[in-house]
Design a protein around this ligand. Structure first.
Ligand SMILES: [Zn+2]
Length: 303
């Protein structure tokens, strides 16, 4: 969907995925190598990946929607606002069923677009943090899970799933959520495929990050979905240091009223040397991996 290509933007587009791959290889070959060992405390083991995993960070404006196309499973994390077009995005790619839908927390910019998904695409199971919200959207969401007879699981830290062909999912948070702070009730999940891992944080804020840091969970991840659309209330420097990602994705709408992403967050990421991609600038961002290296593509070429 690019409208204009100039040599510089083409070079940037070509260059960044290579940088990501080189940095990843560098991390494995040098000091970072040991950090992927199963013997190191708090670091998840590599898995035996087979096939290809594709993760789509779908541009839904201000909101999250992440589609994980795994060898044996189709998984969706959040759906953006109502009418986000996520159901169409999936159907246009020939997705006829979803094995798993994770809704990180009940805010509209995460569950709104799930309504059309639950209505139109067969879903085997929904996992959410089990906190309630007093909105029509949340009520409709619960009604659909019920009427479509979808298996419902409350996600709690410690829940793990083997998703086949070397893909594993771990729920790292919440352990004890409160409906009084829905952002901090966000499901935080880590997906590991071979040597490549993804940390999906929903809108979890610093309080959740502090709990995660005090836990024994393996936070280090190759790719970080930045918490809460790049708000300064998330992505504390100690948390980012523990995750130590090669690339970070901020899911955010252009000119949003919260002024996300905040300058502090961008500075924290820049200071840590993380390559940052943003859906407001680059549109849908797609990462493909064989479990050894990964390749990143984006829809638009804005810097
Ligand atoms: Zn949100």
């Amino acid at each position: 969907m690019q409208t204009k290509t100039n040599p510089l933007s083409t070079a940037i587009k070509k260059y960044f995925p290579i940088v990501c791959i080189l940095m990843l290889l560098f991390a494995f070959w040098t000091g970072g190598c040991g950090s992927f060992s199963i013997f190191e405390a708090g670091v998840s083991p590599e898995t035996d990946a087979a096939g290809t995993l594709t993760v789509h960070f779908i541009d839904v404006g201000q909101g999250d929607a992440i589609f994980i196309q795994a060898p044996e499973n189709n998984i969706l994390i959040d759906g953006g606002e109502r009418n986000s077009g996520v159901a169409d995005y999936l159907q246009n790619r020939g997705v006829t069923s979803l094995n798993l839908v994770l809704s990180t927390h009940p805010h509209n910019d995460h569950i709104g677009g799930l309504l059309a998904v639950l209505e139109n695409i067969p879903v085997q199971e929904v996992i959410d943090p089990g906190v309630v919200h007093t909105t029509k959207t949340f009520e409709d969401y619960l009604t659909l899970i019920d009427t479509q007879d979808i298996k419902f699981t409350v996600g709690r830290a410690g829940l793990t799933r083997d998703l086949g062909e070397g893909l594993t999912m771990q729920v790292l948070h919440p352990a004890d959520p409160s409906a009084s702070n829905l952002n901090d009730a966000s499901l935080v999940t880590k997906f590991t495929f071979g040597k490549v891992s993804f940390l999906f944080t929903g809108d979890a804020e610093e309080k959740s990050e502090a709990l995660l840091l005090s836990s024994n969970y393996p936070l280090q991840s190759t790719i970080l979905k930045v918490g809460h659309h790049g708000s300064s209330s998330s992505t504390s420097a100690p948390f980012l240091e523990a995750v130590n990602p090669v690339c970070a994705v901020i899911m955010v709408g252009a000119d949003n009223r919260y002024e996300h992403p905040h300058a502090e967050t961008l500075q924290t990421l820049a200071a840590a040397g993380v390559n940052v991609y943003r859906t407001d600038l680059q549109g849908t961002i797609t990462i493909t991996t064989d479990g050894e290296t990964f390749h990143l593509e984006h829809e638009k070429n804005n810097p």
